[in-house]
Design a protein around this ligand. Sequence first.
Ligand code: NAD
Length: 512
Amino acid sequence: MISDALVARLCDRVSAASADTAGTVDVYNGGTLAKVPRSSPRDVADAVEAARQVQRLWAGVAVADRVAIFERFHALLLRHTDELLDILQAETGKSRRDAFLEVSAPLVTVGYYARKAPKLLAPRRREGMVPGLVKTVELRAPKGVVGIITPWNYPFALAFTDLIPALIAGNAVVLKPDTQTALCTLYGVDLLYQAGLPHGLLRVVIGDGPVVGSAIVDTADYIGFTGSTRTGREVAARAGHRLVGCSLELGGKNPLLVLSDASVGKAVAGAVQTCFSNSGQLCMSPERLFVHTAVYDDFTQRFVNEVAKMNLAATFDYSADMGSLTSQRQLETVTRHVEDARAKGATVLTGGKPRPELGPFFYEPTVLTDVTPEMLCYDNETFGPVVAVYRVVDDAEAIERANATSYGLNASVYSKSVPHAEQVAARLKAGTVNINDGHVVGFGSADAPMGGMKDSGVGRRNGIEGLLKYTEAQNVSVQRVPLSTPPRWLPFGWYAKGMQALLRTVRKAGIR
Ligand code: NAD
């Protein structure tokens, strides 16, 4: 389905000097999908250096002209969606529905920053030290070369929601996708160049994380990392050693709360949608459901019925509710977590087994109860279609148990009373809380910052933060009359008294 000519064109975009390649898997059948070039640490260093040259010119381009390229990219993305969905599905095994939602995310990002960036990046007047006598302006300069490292689960959305603001802010980008999902990322990069991005401003390197990813962390001027908490700690330590900034979007063990006054029908529909998006390989997917005892039996029975009816299929149309896991490694983790839970006394209400007749990495959507702390899936991220349902007696218990994790990425709360749900949300330690939805409304609200508390990350994507993190703030202050040093003829004591009088006056006037 993906032509050799297209693969060759996309692979031409990779910065790799040698002929070394890595094979990627056609997830629905386990065969070889493509051979993609492999970069070396030398290639990374060369890519960063070459990108730095182009970035100097790009920083001088007006923000409105930068944005115009992304407007054209937006149009191209809409025109080429189907071809991109085919690649994305082949590389990840996700359903067409999940692939479609993924490709839509960068469209929202472009729309948001196209409107906001010109103002956010413009010089901004700040209060000077003394009103009228000092003029102060805040400037926003690009960091330089931003290194972006992304995982395989939402390879297109995560790369582009981060690199779009990085480029609009005036940076160059060196991007390392996961090898397995390199083609869909390269497809988007190709569209950006078709839209008019200056040659060499965005470079792609491919290879093993500890080798090629580390080389980026060792050379770029800022790192945008998305991946596991374990790797995030290594990236942060390395970036910290160099004193370059980084943002870290990491793992989660997300709770979904069904309060006593929830609409059970809406909670069931929402839980099915969010728990099994991308077969649960979504950092924001809930894996722990805390259900108030008043609605527990009704919710659990209807939830299990709906999950059992889900249509799993390896298909390139919109008929499947859920697709495949992406790799043998994911299949092994999911199987290990479920078997461990079963062996230690958990009850499997539905699912609980692989489905090799559908494809090598398919696994059933699985609902567990009686999950206890000694089980692997209790507080480790499964990152698969496996959820545990817990009965709680009141909001306090739901909140306490929801927060009893080292993670703090996303949470969902279901209630017919929005004020009630909002009160609960404010007590949850999670960077995003979705009310009467699983994850889509939080992620899609691009004006608000989004990211993790606790071990789920540092920094935010989206919103003002998602753009300004790729810039250095510069304070430029002009002294209009001598203030910092007294004239030679004025004794310092008199100067000190004068300054104190001035400070008193501006304080009394409420100006400073
Ligand atoms: P991972 O940490 O193994 O890999 C992520 C990326 O980092 C890959 O490109 C990998 O090659 C690279 N990498 C690996 N070791 C590296 C190193 N030492 N230095 C630099 N780069 C390195 O994660 P994964 O298994 O690919 O992804 C799944 C994880 O990502 C899950 O924990 C999931 O929750 C998390 N995730 C978080 C978000 C979010 O926005 N918070 C989004 C998606 C996925």
